[in-house]
Design a protein around this ligand. Structure first.
Ligand code: UD1
Length: 423
């Protein structure tokens, strides 16, 4: 499929204010959770992104009616009788697997194609399935499909071998309508899990503990439609913070929850940037060339894997040598070859990247291999000498709303060229 490209002329200092959109990774489970109620859920600040549109298609495929009305996204799940999602829809986006828990809770049955590996790793679903089995679900994995059914979900004690974000969310959404209490041990602690808890509790669920590693869910008989505003996107905001530093800029990022960005703020300060925190904004000011550092991705509140590629771009132009260790995904270094094309000095040894900082990157023809790799190359291009042509930006569209426009407002020179050739 042809995709648009960005043409970016680098070395423009970014300055001004930029508003962060609602969080993609919080919106996706909220949309899935809307399947749990009969009636209309109202979701505010849902970003208009390719991944969100994919999830909307999945919900519509199941029988829900979904409609943007001004600022609000209305999901009417009154008639959700289907329990199978078309394979092509499942293949568009891995996170479609978040319907597993809600559909089992709602209809007791679900069939979906098993997501394969993706650009960043193999990404199994064994923890989702293990937890559901503990809750009494019969799961068959055949011909590339997961088929699951249950008469009545029952509460259970579930220990996750890895604190998977998706598994924690799926199990929470199954457990809210189960009989009895479910306890998830070694749960993921990401802010998006807390947002899901808040939404479900507004619907009448009884969940405590999200944000910590033990979550308790007391099953209830019924849930009710409600209204909720999604939290700001901490990864989008983190990307803007790095952009400010890489362009020697001074940028105020609004609509953020600063605590969610603590791992990113701490690393930027360590690198020598000036990061000041307000109630709902963060201002990042460059104080000259940054210093290299070491960084290891970890589950929240550790340094997020979704910021690793952007930091790799940043450290490519730091003074001295940096080491990045990726512990979450086994293959999340696809941006390395592209950054090298722009003049970065990076060597890979297993899950570790050694980055020897260069004075500047240079514009080149590069392509986005996945969403955050695309973001990293976008940032590299903003800082580089001359122009960069960034291809396959459909990957970036999956997770960033109006990126070119937002950065043009800060002084960047970015053109989006459509695949037909028009600008
Ligand atoms: C979510 C985010 C993604 C982010 C990731 C890690 C969404 C929509 N996506 O993805 O942007 O990069 O968290 O912060 O929220 N694992 C297993 N078995 C399982 C499930 C996961 O071994 O059943 C492993 C994965 O292979 C990976 C690690 O656990 O190594 C983390 O994955 P997980 O937290 O599940 O990521 P997602 O929920 O898919």
């Amino acid at each position: 499929m042809p995709m648009d490209r960005y043409v970016i002329t680098g070395k423009q200092r970014l300055e001004g204010k930029i508003r962060t959109s609602g969080a993609k990774n919080a919106s996706l489970p909220l949309l899935a959770a809307s399947l749990l109620v009969e009636g209309k859920s109202t979701l505010l600040d849902i970003p208009r992104l390719a991944d969100i549109f994919s999830m909307i298609e999945v919900l519509e495929n199941l029988g829900a009616k979904v409609d943007f009305q001004g600022e609000a996204l209305i999901v009417d799940s009154t008639d959700v009788s289907r329990w199978e999602v078309e394979e092509t829809l499942m293949r568009q986006m891995r996170a479609s697997n978040l319907i597993l828990g809600p559909l089992l809770a709602r209809n007791g049955r679900v069939r979906l194609s098993k997501p394969g590996g993706c650009a960043i790793g193999s990404r199994p679903m064994d923890q989702h399935i293990k937890g559901l089995k503990e809750m009494g679900v019969k799961v068959k994995e055949r011909h590339g499909y997961i088929e699951a059914s249950v008469d009545q979900l029952k509460g259970a004690g579930i220990y996750l071998d890895v604190p998977s974000v998706g598994a924690t969310e799926n199990l929470m959404m199954a457990a809210v309508l189960a009989k009895g209490t479910t306890t998830i041990y070694n749960a993921a602690r990401e802010p998006e899990i807390i947002d899901l808890q808040n939404f479900l509790n507004k619907m009448g669920a009884k969940i405590r503990g999200a944000g910590m590693d033990v979550i308790r869910i007391e099953g209830v008989d019924k849930l009710y439609p409600t209204e909720h505003t999604v939290i700001p996107d901490r990864i989008e905001a983190g990307t803007h913070m790095v952009a400010a530093v890489m362009t020697q800029g001074d940028v105020e990022i609004t609509n953020v929850i600063p605590e969610h960005l603590e791992p990113v703020s701490a690393k930027l300060r360590q690198a020598g940037a000036d990061v000041s925190i307000g109630d709902d904004y963060i201002r990042v000011k460059s104080k000259g060339r940054i210093k290299g550092l070491d960084c290891k991705t970890m589950p929240h509140p550790g340094f997020p894997t979704d910021m690793q590629p952007q930091f790799m771009a940043l450290l490519s132009i730091a003074e001295g040598t940096s080491i990045i260790t990726e512990t979450i995904f086994e293959n999340r270094f696809q941006h390395v070859d592209e950054l090298r094309r722009m003049g970065a000095h990076i060597t890979l040894e297993g899950r570790t990247a050694v980055i020897r900082g260069v004075d500047t990157l240079e514009g080149a023809f590069v392509e986005a291999t996945d969403l955050r790799a695309g973001a990293a190359l976008f940032l590299a291009a903003l800082s580089a000498e001359d122009a960069t042509v960034l291809e396959k930006i459909g990957h970036i569209d999956r997770g960033y709303e109006n990126l070119a426009e937002k950065y043009r407002n800060l002084g960047a020179k970015v053109l989006r060229v459509s695949s037909e050739g028009s600008v």
